[in-house]
Write a protein that binds this ligand. Structure first.
Ligand SMILES: C[S@@+](CC[C@H](N)C(=O)[O-])C[C@H]1O[C@@H](n2cnc3c(N)ncnc32)[C@H](O)[C@@H]1O
Length: 189
């Protein structure tokens, strides 16, 4: 099974489900959700756990390459007109209009270098105001499937500032994740 393939992510979904690991990180999700309004796209939404934290008036679309993750994400959200979950590959995704915000957590590190640029360019083309992201704050050797590492704030800024004004949000130094915002327009809320 090729690391990063659809089959691989479906397999990871079953491993996480067996462990009851639904990727719930209340502090990170609450901080990111508090910055959102209007239409929100989440890329690599996994089991859809973040969607629980959204302000009620947001219109949310979660996209993930894994059908296993997306079928779990629909559970309990079936009648909610504010939430949609779709199976899709961000590398090939088009949308008729822009979203106000895009969220992408613990996903960008899985792309190799030319793919990361393509994904970021797609995010820029799909997003009006800002990208809210989180990425690991640890060496990529900690997770062999990670293709990218961002060990310091400077190396994060060097990667992401080319797409917009990038700010790294304050989190405790012991946190294993960086949380950041890339602004594509002056208005973020
Ligand atoms: C490490 S998980 C992160 C899940 C969740 N966002 C979190 O913060 O814990 C990465 C997610 O990205 C999805 N993914 C990987 N490649 C993708 C792609 N090309 N397009 C859309 N989703 C993708 C995977 O299926 C997986 O659910």
């Amino acid at each position: 099974m090729l690391t990063g393939s659809i089959e691989w992510w479906n397999h990871i979904a079953s491993v996480w489900e067996e462990k009851g690991d639904y990727r719930d990180r209340p502090d990170e999700y609450t901080m990111i959700a508090s910055m959102l309004s209007g239409s929100v796209l989440e890329i690599g939404c996994g089991f859809g756990t973040f969607a629980k934290y959204l302000p009620e008036d947001c219109y949310y679309t979660g996209v993930d390459i894994s059908v296993a993750m997306i079928s779990k994400a629909w559970t309990g959200n079936e009648g909610d007109e504010h939430k949609t979950f779709l199976v899709g590959d961000i590398r090939h995704m088009d949308w008729p209009s822009k979203f106000d915000f895009t969220v992408c957590m613990q996903t960008l590190e899985h792309f190799t270098d030319p793919d990361l640029v393509a994904v970021m360019e797609r995010i820029v083309s799909l997003t009006e105001k800002a990208l809210l992201f989180s990425v690991p704050r640890e060496p990529k050797t900690a997770h062999l499937d990670h293709q990218q590492e961002w060990l310091t704030e400077d190396c994060l800024l060097a990667t992401f500032s080319q797409w917009g004004k990038t700010t790294i949000l304050p989190t405790p130094p012991e946190d294993k994740h960086w949380v950041g915002v890339i602004q594509f327009s002056e208005e973020t809320k």
